[in-house]
Design a protein around this ligand. Structure first.
Ligand SMILES: Nc1ncnc2c1ncn2[C@@H]1O[C@H](COP(=O)(O)OP(=O)(O)OP(=O)(O)O)[C@@H](O)[C@H]1O
Ligand SMILES: [Mg+2]
Length: 298
């Protein structure tokens, strides 16, 4: 009798203990995204007509009281390749996150073809903006799936995957793998082949091409690429992004100078803007940074 009662009480106290975790689980299920589509969303304009405008945008990350960007105004014209340059922490990645609407600005607004970004359908917006972030994901899937992840509906479309891989130069790497596009990548699995940093980066760039997005954003896409690959990737990028709007973020001036226009950021604001030649001639902070990097090669 005693041990039965003991068992019964123990059972109840364990249920009470576990119920606390269940409450966590259900409150997690109840979390709703704070960023959502409006009731009557606009479709994404195809093609983009005027471009994207940041109007006096200010943004603080949640739970932070420092402004990551503030009083930021800039224009990305449709069909233009713009490079963002600036020191670490200047706010480059933050601009990209705002553009893809991973966050909404705290102040000011972002206009896409004259309408606030918040008026567009969220899924449609993200489908048309292809971003490869600095800390891109290395999926421990097959090589084909890694690229296909750029457009989930097309993960079985081998032709499309192959085309995207050719554009990003990942095709050559994949052909060398024993199982080609079906080769599992990463060391997590027994047969997985690990790649070098630059090879992973080419795979990630392929993922961006997979989207066929109206706006393409590459955040330090060439950080791990060697000089020849960087040049090739960019030549292709220029040819393929004809008519598309593109944003490049890079600390390498060899990459940056290939853009149509360069925006220099400092303390979350645009401090200089112009083409490479104009900025070098003006002798501002861009010229100084360029000279610093160039002197290392002489
Ligand atoms: N998730 C976050 N939470 C709080 N603050 C953040 C977060 N991400 C970035 N910040 C802050 O916002 C500012 C801008 O960061 P951001 O990542 O945009 O810089 P960046 O220009 O991309 O720098 P880098 O050249 O190093 O990539 C920095 O001061 C940074 O500390
Ligand atoms: Mg960054």
């Amino acid at each position: 009798m005693r041990s039965l009662l003991e068992g019964l009480l123990l059972g109840f106290s364990q249920i009470a203990g576990q119920a606390l975790y269940l409450e966590d689980l259900f409150s997690f299920f109840d979390v709703r995204p704070s960023i959502a589509s409006p009731p009557k969303p606009r479709p994404f304009p195809q093609p983009l007509k005027s471009g994207i405008v940041f109007e006096n945008v200010g943004f603080r990350y949640p739970d932070s009281d420092r402004w990551a960007v503030r009083h930021l105004s800039l224009t990305l014209k449709a069909g233009e390749i713009v490079a963002l340059v600036g020191e670490n922490g200047a706010g480059k990645t933050t601009i990209v996150k705002l553009l893809a609407r991973l966050y909404d600005p705290t102040e000011g607004r972002i206009l896409l073809d004259g309408c606030d970004l918040r008026e567009y359908d969220l899924t449609d917006l993200r489908r048309h903006i292809g971003v490869i972030f600095q800390d891109f994901v290395r999926f421990h899937f097959t090589a084909g799936e890694n690229i296909g992840a750029g457009r989930i509906e097309a993960t079985s479309d081998r032709n499309r995957i192959q085309q995207a891989a050719e554009r990003s130069l990942a095709d050559r790497i994949i052909q060398r793998l024993p199982h080609g596009y079906d080769q599992p990548l990463g060391k997590r699995f027994h047969e997985g082949a690990d790649l070098s940093g630059g090879e992973w980066q080419k795979i990630a760039i392929g993922r961006a091409y997979m989207r066929d997005a109206e706006v393409l954003i590459l955040d330090e896409p060439t950080a791990a690429l060697d000089a020849r690959s960087e040049y090739e990737v960019f030549q292709r990028f220029r040819d393929l992004s004809a008519g598309k709007t593109a944003v490049l973020i890079s600390h390498r001036f060899s990459t940056v100078r290939m853009a149509d226009r360069i925006l220099v950021l400092g303390n979350g604001k645009v401090v200089e803007a112009g083409s490479h030649e104009e900025l070098v001639a003006s002798g501002g902070s861009y010229a100084e940074l360029f000279e610093l990097q160039a002197s290392g090669y002489r």
